[in-house]
Write a protein that binds this ligand. Structure first.
Ligand code: 13P
Ligand code: ZN
Length: 290
């Protein structure tokens, strides 16, 4: 089968367009990776070419990236400098399928980027995340990076502390702790595109599905495109509500209390991490735990 005719390509392009339509992908902002299933590789292999050169994963000086846990696997990845708004229009020019070598430290392009280019500059972070996510739960295949406006805005006014950020987001929508009971991790501002930020993000993704990059964007992971997009959408919706609340007042008059969050655990089959359910002194937004 041709990659362009596959359900995988359609699902990938739809997610890219959804993110663009939400305003999370200005210019070339954001990137998306998918760790392919072996049956998808088998089905699409006839459309692959194996004469591409093996390339190094890192592009920043001194970066040595190796992902032995992903050796030999195939990934659908957006191109660096490519615009999400163009993916649906011309997937073959804006997306590629790459294969990692047997030691997991080099890749070659087997499909796509037909007008030239390289995979996203955030490839070290995508592969670092996909590797720890696979070890945590082999069903996790999607890693998504975008620039969601309200989530980014909050990184300027909330303490860059996973507990505070998560708790304030949780209070904005009852569904949040059900959708991501392990909360949101925070990476302070760091140089993007390299191994250091990849390692910091992967440290979060060992246990959490969402990592916010201060003053830049967010990463999230999931089993498929629907779940991963839905997760980002849920975080950003709650962030938008919080931005609106903050624009009216630095304090909340009413909110969801820790014991009310705990009531969600049994009926929804989740275990909300207790570290987010600390007591607060008053309604002030962004207060640190005692
Ligand atoms: P790429 O165009 O290299 O994917 O970079 C976009 C981006 O969002 C960097 O963080
Ligand atoms: Zn970015």
């Amino acid at each position: 089968m041709k990659v362009l005719d596959s359900e995988l390509m359609k699902g990938y392009a739809r997610m890219a367009m959804d993110g663009y339509n939400w305003g999370w992908h200005e210019r070339n902002g954001g990137n998306l990776s998918y760790r392919m299933k072996s049956e998808e590789v088998e089905e699409l292999k006839e459309d692959f070419r194996y004469d591409g050169e093996w390339q190094s994963i890192g592009w920043q000086a001194g970066d040595e990236n190796a992902f032995p846990g992903l050796a030999g696997e195939y990934f659908m990845v957006s191109g660096s400098g490519k615009y999400f708004r163009n993916i649906e229009l011309d997937p073959a020019a804006n997306v590629c399928i790459l294969q990692l070598n047997e030691t997991g430290d080099r890749f070659r392009i087997v499909w796509g980027l037909v007008k030239g280019g390289r995979p996203t500059s955030e490839l070290p972070t995508h592969l670092a995340n996909l590797e720890v996510c696979k070890a945590r739960d082999p069903q996790i295949r999607v890693v998504y990076h975008c620039h969601p406006t309200n989530t980014i805005a909050l990184t300027f006014v909330l303490p860059l502390d996973s507990r505070v950020f998560t708790r304030e987001i949780y209070e904005m929508a009852t569904e949040c702790p059900i959708v991501f009971p392990e909360g949101i991790g925070i990476v302070p501002w760091m140089l993007c595109g390299g191994k250091l930020i990849g390692d910091a993000t992967a440290e979060i993704m060992k246990t959490q599905d969402v990592a916010v990059w201060a003053h830049h964007g967010a990463f999230c992971c999931g089993y498929d495109f629907d779940l991963t997009f839905g997760l980002m959408h849920t975080v950003e919706k709650a962030a938008e509500i919080l931005v609106k609340v903050l624009s009216m007042s630095p304090n909340k008059l009413n909110t969801i209390q820790p014991d009310q969050f705990r009531q969600l655990n049994a009926p929804f089959g989740v275990q909300i991490n207790e570290k987010f359910l600390y007591e607060k002194k008053d309604g002030r937004i962004g207060q640190l735990p005692e």
